[in-house]
Design a protein. Structure first.
Length: 284
């Protein structure tokens, strides 16, 4: 049975990319249901799938995050991974879908879960904002703050992989990926076509549009925005990226992983032992 990939709201469960993409498990309202009911549901998921990876935004409401950690603690289970990368909500949704694509392949649960860390490096996530006055996820200079108060100002911001901020306008662009991607666009309350035009500057395969995640305004500090994300869509490319990385066994739980941390038990490799001092020999 494939590892379950879960998200905390339905708007983070993007439509399937291909016929092999596994459906997302949506933990909507998990903080509002009685604790025993939520505990029973999550335990049933673990029993059904064996392992569950919950991909959660750092902008998720605090009660949702507390409930997830409480449930994992009560179940005393290392088969539930809570993954909260520093990505905007649309990037979280894209990453969750990529893991859903890979869940149909012959990857072990530990490798699939830790693949999330690897795949974040290939996401280019940003937004066009009507104001950066409340933006605290990307460094904002004093001039940009001042321009936020000028009517009609728009700013193009790339939050990941390298922070960038420019004033949006004709001929202005952001440094994009050095490989071919698709571009996903989610429109908020800002009237702007700048993000769609970014696809031509980045040379993407195509531009697709989805609804704006509910957590995006909180992450970006404004609802006057258009969020975008450049991503790899081809399953064979994603699979090759993951399987080309050396796998190791977690010294704590024994799962095969890639990278330096097990997403399920959070263990890191033990520090190497210092070399023993050479024994001094006393001459006869």
């Amino acid at each position: 049975m494939p590892t379950a990939i879960a998200v905390t709201s339905a708007d983070l469960a993007l439509p399937a990319q291909d016929e092999r993409t596994m459906p997302a498990v949506v933990l909507a309202g998990i903080d509002r249901r009685p604790l025993d009911q939520a505990l029973t549901e999550l335990n049933a998921l673990v029993e059904q799938y064996g392992y569950v990876v919950v991909v959660c935004s750092q902008a998720a409401p605090e009660p949702v995050v507390r409930r997830l950690y409480t449930l994992r603690s009560l179940l005393e289970s290392d088969r539930i991974a809570l993954f909260r990368p520093a990505l905007p909500p649309l990037g979280i949704a894209v990453l969750a879908r990529q893991l859903r694509q890979l869940a149909s392949c012959d990857l072990s649960p530990g490798v699939l879960a830790s693949a999330g860390r690897l795949l974040t490096h290939y996401l280019h996530a940003g937004a066009v904002l009507g104001s950066v006055a409340r933006l605290d996820r990307v460094p904002v200079g004093l001039k940009a703050h001042a321009r936020s108060w000028v009517p009609g100002s728009q700013f193009a911001v790339l939050a990941h992989p390298e922070p960038q901020l420019v004033r949006a306008g004709p001929g202005v662009t952001l440094k994009g990926p050095e490989f071919s991607t698709w571009l996903l666009v989610a429109k908020g309350q800002l009237q702007s076509d700048w993000a769609g035009g970014l696809g031509g500057q980045w040379g993407v395969h195509g531009v697709r549009e989805v609804p704006l995640p509910a957590e995006s305004p909180a992450w970006w500090g404004t609802g006057r925005m258009v969020e975008f994300c450049g991503y790899l869509a081809d399953l064979s490319v994603l699979y090759q990226l993951v399987t080309s990385v050396r796998q190791t066994s977690c010294h704590w739980c024994g799962l095969d992983v890639i990278g330096d941390r097990c997403v399920f038990c959070s263990a890191t490799p033990p520090a190497p032992e210092p070399p023993r001092a050479l024994e001094q020999r006393t001459p006869a």
